[in-house]
Write a protein that binds this ligand. Sequence first.
Ligand code: ADP
Ligand code: MG
Length: 338
Amino acid sequence: MNTEPFVSFDNIAKRWNGQLGVENISIDIPEGTFVALLGPSGCGKSTTLRLLAGLEIPDEGSIHIEGTDVTEMAPSARNLSMVFQSYALFPHLSVAENVMFGMKVRKVPKDERLKKLENALRITGLLGYEERKPGELSGGQRQRVALARAIVAGQPLCLMDEPLSNLDAKLRHSVRKDIKKLQKDLGMTVVYVTHDQTEAMSMADLIILMKDGHIMQAGTPQELYNIPQNTFAAEFIGAPPMALIDGDVIPGTEHAHKVGLRTEDVELVEAGQGRISCTVSESEYLGDETHVLLDHPKAKGLVVKLHGYSSLQEGSSVDITFEDSALHFFDGDGKRIN
Ligand code: ADP
Ligand code: MG
């Protein structure tokens, strides 16, 4: 059996005149995996993707695709398709011509071209726009043309850099599902850059969480959510993020610098009845539930979710309680203590 990863990064580093792009990047991606490169702006997501695409050459380390060393190979020789933030459409060609451009170059028969075109336009919600020029489309529509073009390319590896960032929330949600379904149906390996943890959590089989050019944690969405390896992951993953409480607040947790607690593990009780006393700072009513934000001088991000509407007054005193088993512990460097 071939156990080689489909894509692998081995200790990759990229710098520009000493300025750090990424460092110590090692990733193994099995075939057919949806990988999200996740992290805040400037953390090195696009650089990592561009290294895989061949648009950048690393200073250190090697990259393999299907066992072939592609570290210094031209982008065109890597058998991959790309969807980037900037759409890179031909302005003088119609939507249909833009989408079919690559297929025409590769001399795909016309029948097949038209069939693939229709499928891709249907998936991206662009049926009826075949004859428009990019200049006659909104930013979101142009992004979908770029997506359709990658879909018809039919390459086993597809790289996407924040492809949904120009779409409105509703469309983003539906295209997200379409991309995921397509990836599954075609068995494609997708490497997907996003700064949006919801997008990564809902789409990815494997999340690579990055900060300042380094990998902070790599794992399944469940692993990142349930077993964050550091306070960065704890606060980046989840909405709301994990609350972090100073270790000396809860008796018995003094060994930890910070104690993490997820909102679903927090229960609101009457003042004097719980384990930590807080003040209500703000309530966000969302219809089905209310997020009650709590203030404590030694805790950050404490939120309780209450069913329906809550009439808790700002400034009122409440207590929270929780099980010991719900607590996460982190040391002074922010690393998880197991
Ligand atoms: P992200 O996509 O996560 O927002 P990038 O990968 O674009 O981040 O950038 C990572 C870091 O590398 C940033 O500090 C950025 O300024 C730097 N960087 C990216 N490309 C270049 C470049 N061509 N020259 C110099 N620095 C760059
Ligand atoms: Mg980027």
